[in-house]
Design a protein around this ligand. Structure first.
Ligand SMILES: O=C(O)CCC(=O)C(=O)O
Ligand SMILES: [Fe+2]
Length: 206
């Protein structure tokens, strides 16, 4: 690689935040992206878990699948993940390769897939800071389908909230410190088509 161009080369993605690192990479799968979206939509066992809050049941406003090698905790219970789907493995390997080309030594043993059927389906404010994700998790979020922004806000309100567009076939890297310093949400939008996101993580067994 040419040393002069390496700092700002496409391999680096687009730096949205320097610290903590937030980087977006376009065109992860290329022509295979449309087929990947259709396959995941058709072939996964999409669930809509019900959360019990203050004595009332709330089905989550999207559908999801946990997949990979590590059991996960949800609402205080342990669940077994679904086995790796071949399309998800292809996407995982593409994400790892793209991140490696940008100098990030990432590995992922788990993924949460989220399916948003339309603009009413959403994910509320949260950060992915469960202890089993480790001190400074690196999370790679791959987007397929409708381009819906991920909204970020600083926990200490040091700066205004901001949107990050997530085009079809893009990868968003949330690097070390992003979960500690910011929260993110996928807010409802009018008139939106299907979107599936895959958030790859490393989950430590306890
Ligand atoms: O669908 C998205 O873009 C957000 C997903 C997310 O925040 C998560 O899986 O933790
Ligand atoms: Fe998240």
């Amino acid at each position: 690689m040419d040393l002069f161009t390496s700092a700002g080369s496409p391999g680096d993605g687009e730096r949205l935040l320097e610290t903590p690192p937030l980087q977006r990479f376009p065109d992860l799968l290329g022509p295979a992206a449309d087929d990947a979206l259709a396959r995941l939509d058709a072939e996964l066992d999409w669930q809509r878990p019900v959360l019990r809050l203050y004595g009332r049941d709330h089905p989550i406003p999207r559908r999801q699948v946990w997949m990979g090698d590590a059991t996960y905790r949800y609402s205080g219970r342990d669940f077994a993940p679904d086995p790796w789907h071949p399309t998800v493995l292809i996407i995982r390997d593409a994400a790892v390769a793209r991140l490696a080309a940008a100098g990030h030594d990432a590995r992922f043993n788990s993924v949460l897939l989220n399916r948003y059927a339309d603009g009413d389906e959403r994910m509320g404010w949260h950060c992915d800071d469960e202890p089993e994700l480790g001190e400074a998790p690196l999370i790679a979020a791959v987007s397929l389908g409708a381009d819906r922004p991920l909204r970020f806000r600083w926990k200490d309100r040091r700066a205004p909230a901001f949107n990050v567009d997530q085009p079809h076939d893009s990868l968003l890297l949330m690097g070390p410190g992003v979960q500690a310093e910011l929260e993110h949400a996928l807010l409802p939008r009018r008139r939106q088509e299907l979107r599936i996101s895959l958030t790859f993580r490393w989950v430590s067994s306890r």
